[in-house]
Design a protein around this ligand. Structure first.
Ligand SMILES: [Fe+2]
Length: 354
């Protein structure tokens, strides 16, 4: 199809011209269009490379700082406190104001059915495809040459994803950085755009949002007996003086009485970092169970049940843990995406321009 090729070449040429001018927003829009017109593994890889480069460029950071950060919400009626005690809204009522009210009132917000079940199922299959490409990178390009299912960018720093399995058996659990799957990164960014998330988060933060290489993760988790997941706040690692929102997308029936592990959360709007490594804590980064028990006398602990396509939004102050119980016997698939206010995105997490 020569017209398609010509259109893609034109978009690519425009992308390069905008990049030369340091206009990352337009450069990435043109490169995204080139890949939509004629998908290729090399364009997908280039998109990830450019996003990382743009994420650390001073001009991108300065653009973020140019905005004020109101993060204020006017009164937002109608947030529904369901049985979980974490506020819930349908997708059509997800706004920056409601998100602010929920996080500062209860520490989290649930959006039921943010994705259709069919989309959640498709993403779950794609996580398997990424894990397959990670496991057997030699074979994958021949299966689908126009897609970079697993290709590590030379811009990415850190150890590659680990796959957990018993000898001779299929991979049980994996945590793979989305940036290591340029094909998946393109898919998810298009999805976030369709959901209106970049503009919602820009409203919430008062400046553009960034993702990061290290906190944007495809997760597949097998249930564990005696798993003892630690209570923690991500602000303990990411830093207290940032602004963040984690979009945790459930792709399995999980939590509550479901067969797959979910998430325990303290329903608490106070935004403060609790001491770690004390009160019976197993690790120096976890909040001890005795302290959590004391906190739970003032604020309830919730273990919501999630259907595939439900979303949980919280921030780096939200105290939570993976909810592992002995009755669990099913895999949990989920996608974790930490968004940061551009001017506060931690450099160590390798910010990604979106
Ligand atoms: Fe966490």
């Amino acid at each position: 199809m020569p017209e398609v090729e010509a259109a893609s070449d034109t978009s690519l040429a425009q992308a390069l011209a905008f990049r030369a001018q340091g206009d990352w927003a337009r450069a990435l829009a043109c490169l995204t269009r080139a890949n939509a017109q004629r998908p290729s593994a090399s364009l997908q890889q280039q998109l990830v490379d450019w996003r990382i480069e743009a994420g650390r460029s001073p001009s991108a950071a300065a653009a973020g700082e140019a905005h004020s950060a109101p993060e204020r919400a006017s009164h937002a009626p109608g947030v529904d406190k369901g049985a979980s005690a974490i506020p819930e809204v349908p997708p059509g009522e997800l706004t920056a104001a409601r998100l602010h009210e929920a996080i500062h009132g209860s520490g989290a917000l649930i959006v039921r059915g943010l994705l259709d079940a069919s989309v959640a199922e498709e993403l779950r299959q794609q996580i398997e495809r990424v894990a397959g490409a990670r496991e057997d990178p030699e074979n994958f390009p021949s299966v689908e040459p126009e897609a970079a299912w697993y290709t590590r960018s030379s811009e990415v720093r850190g150890a590659p994803a680990q796959l957990f399995r018993r000898p001779g058996q299929a991979v049980e659990s994996s945590s793979i950085w989305v940036a290591d799957s340029p094909r998946m990164a393109c898919e998810l960014l298009a999805l976030y755009e369709r959901l209106g998330l970049p503009s919602l988060l820009e409203n919430y933060f008062g400046e553009p949002a960034r993702l990061s290489v290290k906190k944007w993760v495809l997760r597949k988790m097998a249930p564990k007996k005696n798993g003892n997941a630690g209570w923690h706040q991500d602000g303990r690692f990411l830093g207290e003086h940032i602004r963040s929102v984690n979009l945790w997308l459930a792709l399995s029936d999980c939590g509550g009485g479901a067969p797959a592990p979910g998430m325990d959360l303290l329903v608490d709007g106070r935004r403060e970092i609790h001491p770690t490594g004390t009160d019976g804590a197993w690790f120096d980064w976890t909040v001890g169970p005795e302290r959590v028990a004391r906190l739970a006398t003032e604020a309830p602990i919730s273990q919501p049940r999630f259907a595939p396509g439900d979303a949980l939004l919280f921030d780096h102050f939200s105290l939570h843990r993976t909810a592992l119980e002995d009755h669990h016997n099913a895999l949990r698939y989920a996608i974790e995406a930490w968004f940061f206010a551009a001017s506060t995105a931690p450099a160590r997490q390798q910010p990604l321009y979106i």
